[in-house]
Design a protein around this ligand. Structure first.
Ligand SMILES: *[C@@H]1O[C@H](CO)[C@@H](O)[C@H](O)[C@H]1NC(C)=O
Ligand SMILES: *[C@@H]1O[C@H](CO)[C@@H](O)[C@H](O)[C@H]1NC(C)=O
Length: 202
């Protein structure tokens, strides 16, 4: 009896945490959907969509099924003010345009690195002026920590100090640099060559 009640108490714990993350909005996946499209159309950030559906949506969002119901945001952690990243955007440009400070922007988009060089075109970011973000589940990978395969960074990578390899010198074809006419055996040449009479036109 005692053992059974302990088990019941332990089993009850997970339900307490589930209740703390009730889904505020849900969405039914359509044919042709992909995560960032759903995010853009429903004002749910890339990070938020991934975290609220972890682990049912996999890390590269390749397992969406038409008809599947997904959660767009948890109650109390649901950012509905979003922006779809365009080419040439920077984090500073995005948060400034939306009247959000850097601290809050970073808090609501924890996947963005401090250099903001993993921001990519089509990524959906939270530009709410209030904290609204689900925590990353323990053990879960950070969504969009790197620019996904097939996506384009919003800002071209900074120029690095590593010098590009010097172009390999192409041997000059001295025989065809034809200022002196002395050694032009290999070249088609309008000049008659004294030493190659058989090359002359007959
Ligand atoms: C998303 O936000 C935009 C801009 O505020 C709004 O016009 C649009 O209706 C919102 N869409 C949804 C699905 O909430
Ligand atoms: C950023 O903005 C939020 C919301 O307006 C505010 O509460 C917070 O103090 C600001 N932080 C800084 C560092 O300015």
């Amino acid at each position: 009896m005692f053992a059974a009640s302990v088990v019941a108490a332990l089993l009850a714990l997970p339900f307490t945490s589930v209740a703390a993350t009730d889904c505020a909005r849900s969405y039914t996946v359509k044919t042709g959907d992909y995560c960032d499209l759903i995010s853009a159309q429903n004002n749910a950030s890339t990070y938020q969509l991934a975290v609220t559906n972890n682990p049912s949506i996999n890390s590269d969002c390749s397992n969406l099924q038409p008809g599947q119901s997904i959660c767009l945001g948890f109650v109390g952690q649901d950012c509905t003010t979003t922006y779809v990243v365009q080419g040439g955007d920077t984090c500073e440009g995005v948060y400034t345009a939306h009247g959000v400070n850097a601290t809050l922007f970073q808090h609501n988009n924890p996947q963005l690195d401090s250099q903001c060089d993993n921001l990519y075109i089509g990524e959906v970011v939270c530009v709410s002026n209030g904290a609204a973000v689900p925590p990353l589940p323990s053990g879960a990978p950070m969504p969009a920590a790197t620019v996904p395969a097939g996506a384009t960074p919003a800002t071209p990578p900074a120029i690095t100090t590593t010098a590009a390899p010097a172009p390999t010198a192409v041997p000059d074809d001295e025989d065809c640099d034809d200022d002196d006419g002395d050694d032009d055996e290999d070249c088609d040449d309008d000049e008659d060559e004294d030493d190659l009479p058989f090359c002359d036109e007959l």
